[in-house]
Design a protein around this ligand. Structure first.
Ligand code: PEP
Ligand code: CO
Length: 464
């Protein structure tokens, strides 16, 4: 297909696609529900419920992602590895929002670019697992696959997949969205009041001081601009916040796939920006089939085993019209492998002239186990993967347009290192993640600052 043909935007649904066409493909990571009738009844119930997001928000995000592809914005995507039902409470939600707002402020200020803010929340309830079953003392039970599927307790009742959990996940996602929307509409994200975003338990760490200095500097420039303009600048009062989750549990996603008045095609209205994970991104698999037919902006996790040809195939399948903002590729190679694995992929996509948003996930390729039995990530590896990603993109003539992080606003000890230099023995103090280790508040803020420093040093090299 020529480039001119490709830039003509699709205006009809992908050939042969329906919301349930994924059912004809091999679907990995799917729970086995004991009662198919109950599953179908739950799907009908979900189909009748109001959507969580709207098509115009989805299209607005796609536009912002298209700008990020061109270097006019930077994507910050972050949140829990897995949300759980018990954490759907005011403090956890608002603390996570505060950290993301603080990080985006650091990025806006340091990169001099608007930031696209996307949470891994309001629906991030399903998890891929490396094994279908778990064995303890000779007892074999289905693996825990996230609160939307089953419970983490090791007994047959909790571990049996229960479709009613999808209805609960939908309700908790709606409550999370509702609270976030109310906070933002009520002025919580107002740049005139970054003091609202302070976290109660943050001490006087050096990072916090650096952040405070930046906030007061920013307050001065806001006041200066407003003095010049002679009135309050209203754009500074609100920010856009979008949601994302892994589109893993396909019966749930299918039930949320809708048509809307005055728009062609189908939208997934449970989230703005679904992605498919490394374990479910096979080109002939059910997840890629599902994703190709919806009009949302979509993302694919790209691990070290993906070859340039496989990536080309995925791009052709998921974005045949080369639509701006449509497809993000989230590379998650690990600090030790990114140098070898990423350049050939960047090169292939660049040579084909395909439009994608490249995003770095420095978390999932850097997970390891400590000798005292914790799953952790070392901050120096996370830092290294981000820094290498910037350098590799610069060397390859491509652009790193965003980061994808697992983080929380809680004072947890799950990743080691960082400003407080947490050690393996600190992990037991506050290890709360039910799946992967997250950056805590300080490590998250430090990550935003290191991105800014890295970009500034690249700019300095380019200018010299
Ligand atoms: C995740 O994002 O939590 C995840 C499981 O990632 P990946 O598919 O990249 O392993
Ligand atoms: Co994870």
């Amino acid at each position: 297909m020529s480039n001119t043909e490709r830039t003509l935007q699709a205006v009809s649904t992908a050939a042969g696609w329906t919301p349930d066409s994924w059912r004809a493909r091999p679907a990995k990571q799917m729970p086995v529900y004991p009662d198919a009738g109950e599953l179908a009844a739950v799907q009908r119930e979900l189909q009748a419920l109001p959507p969580l997001v709207t098509s115009w928000e989805i299209l607005a995000l796609k536009q912002q992602l298209a700008e990020a592809q061109e270097g006019r914005r930077f994507l910050l995507q972050g949140g829990d590895c897995a949300e759980n039902f018990a954490d759907c409470c005011a403090d956890v939600i608002s603390n996570r929002l505060k950290v993301l707002l603080q990080m985006s402020l650091v990025l806006v200020h340091g990169l001099k670019l608007p930031v696209v803010r996307v949470g891994r929340f309001a629906g991030q309830y399903a998890k891929p697992r490396s094994a279908d079953t778990e064995t303890r003392e000779g007892v074999v039970l289905p693996s825990y696959r996230g609160d939307i599927v089953n419970g983490p307790e090791f007994n047959a009742r909790a571990r049996t997949p229960d479709p009613r959990r999808m209805v609960k996940a939908h309700a908790r996602s709606a409550m999370t969205m509702n609270f976030i929307r109310s906070l933002i509409d009520g002025g919580f994200a107002d740049l005139h009041h970054p003091e609202y975003w302070g976290l109660d338990w943050v001490g006087d760490a050096q990072l916090a001081e650096e952040y405070q200095r930046m906030v007061s500097g920013l307050g001065d420039s806001v006041r200066f601009m407003e003095t010049l303009v002679g009135s309050q600048i209203h754009e500074l009062k609100r920010v856009d916040f979008y949601t994302s989750h892994e589109a893993l549990l396909l019966p749930y996603e299918e039930a949320q796939t809708r048509q809307v008045p005055r728009q062609w095609g189908w939208f997934n209205l449970s989230t703005h920006y679904p992605w498919i994970g490394m374990r479910t991104c096979a080109i002939d698999g059910a997840h890629a089939e599902y994703l190709r037919g919806i009009r949302n902006p979509i993302a694919v996790k790209v691990g070290p085993a993906v070859t340039p040809d496989q990536l080309r195939g995925l791009i052709d399948l998921l974005n045949p019209d080369d639509e701006p903002g449509r497809l993000s590729l989230i590379h998650r190679m690990g600090a030790g492998q990114i140098g070898e694995r990423l350049p050939p992929l960047l090169d292939a996509v660049k040579r084909d002239g395909r439009r994608v948003l490249w995003v770095c996930d420095p978390m999932h390729g850097n997970t390891e186990s400590t000798s005292n039995g914790y799953k952790t990530r070392r901050f120096h590896n996370i830092r290294s993967e981000i820094e290498q990603a910037f350098d590799i993109h610069a060397a390859g003539g491509t652009r790193l347009g965003g980061v994808h992080l697992e983080l929380t606003g809680e004072d947890v000890t799950e990743c080691t290192g960082g400003a407080r230099d947490l050690t393996d023995t600190d992990l037991s103090r506050a290890y709360r993640s039910s799946v992967d280790p997250r950056l805590n508040y300080e490590q998250a803020l430090e990550t935003a600052m290191l991105i800014v420093r890295k970009r500034a040093s690249q700019g300095a090299v380019a200018a010299s």
